[in-house]
Design a binder for this molecule. Structure first.
Ligand SMILES: Cc1ncc(COP(=O)(O)O)c(C=O)c1O
Length: 506
């Protein structure tokens, strides 16, 4: 291998002598992305891992290109050409939103300045901006002046952090032992709750999922029964996790009823059961002028997860954990002499690492800051409201279409439905036909939709998060899905008539 001569790498360092190169590189990258976005006529190329993997494997990482333009050309081939584009109106799959330009401005600035939000001496104003946004979000939730919180990498981390705090509260206030701790959520709660319980060493039975009603909301009566059962069994419920926007159904648990049950069920001298509201998806309602009431009761939570990268049109990552009483954040605080010695906290030096699970941490808050400063909260809320309006109209469309059956009407923006083959031998192929339709659609790249199971049956799912998605787009994707599913049935129904045909989709 040949090594470059001494100093050859210096021009790549970003500093006062290289700003022209930085300008050119950033302009070239921006142009590349802009061109892709302008030309994207579908959300996905349909590429398979088998086709793409060899291209990436063939790149020799020991042989650099020494040229931004050449690297971008290569990137076009191994990434940009086949990326999944969330801004496209027919991307209807997961909880990924299109992003707003002020947030992209923030992203460009934050990575170039590269502040790290662990300590004041690595961020200065960044720390204060993040603190101001936490205060603002807490205000929108309806928390009082004692509230606090911190930005995180996503809802999974926010939920883990909340449950860690709840566990410590239960261990210290209720004198519980870890094996007796329980977390109650609904059967539609996010899987990160189980993952967090695992990581927190709570044992395999720690998470209890209570039944939901027909609208996929936690049943307060089932929660009351479970709280009572735990009490009688000598178990300590360290947290109830309510969901404001379930991942599959967009349902919102009845927060006031759940809060009342938590408040009236004492686990210790110091009060009721910790209520955590996972509003990773539903947090967009915090800025809705028409639907904020759907979150009523959230202000009675002990902690709240918000994912700005789901319903505030922010790029990944942008999330936060908010707590009603900032003092509980001490449970995750550790002091290191080299970084955040206790004397700094005593002198009031604002070190965010005292509140966070992370040490080095991106200044993700800047994206939300610029979004609020350029657009303002009402504009963000209006975008989210549009999406929810479109989902309601789409529900009516699917519900009136005899080709499909639909599960529930979401107060947010998901639609869970399935293609229903006509009565006859094709009917029993419904599960595989829906699985096939989703895969065939993604392979065509025409649209990307999600899937899930309900009662053991396979369903299709739209998560609408793009105000640019029209009702015509939705109708078009429904036609495409019906076409794929029916083709599957037509090909296989004659066989199904005579034999056991299962899982023929590829
Ligand atoms: C309700 C809910 N909570 C938590 C999460 C996890 O969030 P993240 O993917 O940002 O870690 C999700 C993700 O879809 C979610 O829908």
């Amino acid at each position: 291998m040949t090594y470059p001569h001494a100093g050859a790498a210096r021009p790549y360092l970003f500093n006062d002598r290289t700003v022209e190169g930085y300008r050119r590189a950033m302009a070239a990258a921006t142009e590349r992305v802009a061109d892709r976005i302008r030309r994207a006529d579908r959300p996905f190329s349909g590429v398979s891992p088998e086709r793409l993997a060899p291209e990436i494997a063939a790149i020799d990482l020991e042989r650099p290109l020494h040229d931004h333009a050449a690297a971008l050309d290569e990137l076009e081939r191994v990434y940009l050409r086949d990326a999944v584009y969330f801004h496209h109106p027919r991307y209807l799959a997961h909880l990924n939103c299109p992003v707003v330009i002020p947030a992209l401005l923030g992203e460009a600035v934050l990575s170039a300045v590269n502040s790290s939000l662990d300590t004041w001496d690595q961020s200065a104003g960044g720390t204060l901006i993040e603190r101001r946004l936490i205060e603002w979000t807490a205000g929108r939730i309806g928390f009082g002046p004692a509230a606090d919180g911190v930005f995180t990498s996503g809802g999974t981390q926010s939920n883990l952090h909340a449950l860690l705090l709840a566990r410590e509260e239960a261990l210290t206030n209720a004198g519980a032992v870890p094996s007796r701790l329980r977390v109650i959520t609904s059967e539609a709660g996010h899987f990160s709750v189980r993952k967090a319980a695992n990581l927190l060493g709570l044992g395999p039975d720690a998470v209890v999922a209570v039944k939901t009603d027909d609208e996929r909301r936690m049943r307060p009566a089932a929660l009351a029964r479970e709280l009572d059962r735990c009490r009688r069994a000598g178990l300590v419920v360290m947290a109830v996790v309510a969901t404001a926007g379930t991942t599959d159904f967009g349902s919102i648990d009845p927060l006031p009823e759940i809060a009342a049950l938590c408040e009236s069920t004492g686990v210790s001298e110091s009060g009721g059961v910790w209520l955590h509201v996972d509003a990773a998806y539903g947090c967009g309602l915090l800025v809705s002028r028409r639907r904020r009431h759907l979150l009523d009761g959230i202000e009675r939570a002990g902690s709240v997860t918000v994912d700005f990268h789901k319903s505030f049109f922010q790029p990944v990552s942008s999330s936060a954990l908010l707590v009603r009483d900032g003092a509980v954040l001490r449970h995750a605080a550790h002091h290191a002499d080299y970084l955040n010695p206790r004397r700094m906290a005593e002198r009031g030096i604002p070190n965010q690492v005292d509140k966070s699970l992370q040490t080095t941490r991106r200044f993700d808050a800047l994206k939300l800051w610029l979004t609020l400063r350029v657009m303002g909260p009402d504009a963000v809320g209006e975008l989210f409201d549009e999406v929810v309006d479109r989902a309601a109209a789409s529900y009516a469309l699917v519900a009136a279409d005899p080709r499909f059956e639909i599960v529930t009407r979401s107060p947010l923006s998901t639609l869970v439905f399935r293609y229903l083959p006509r009565e006859g031998p094709g009917r029993k192929l419904a599960d595989d036909a829906n699985l096939y339709a989703r895969e065939a659609l993604a392979a065509s790249g025409e649209a990307v939709v999600a899937g899930t199971t309900v009662g053991g049956r396979h369903y299709l799912k739209f998560t609408l998060l793009n105000p640019e998605t029209t009702l015509d787009d939705v109708a078009h994707v429904l036609d495409l899905l019906a076409g794929h599913a029916q083709r599957y049935v037509d090909d296989l129904a004659p066989l199904a008539d005579h034999s056991e045909v299962t899982h023929v989709h590829s």
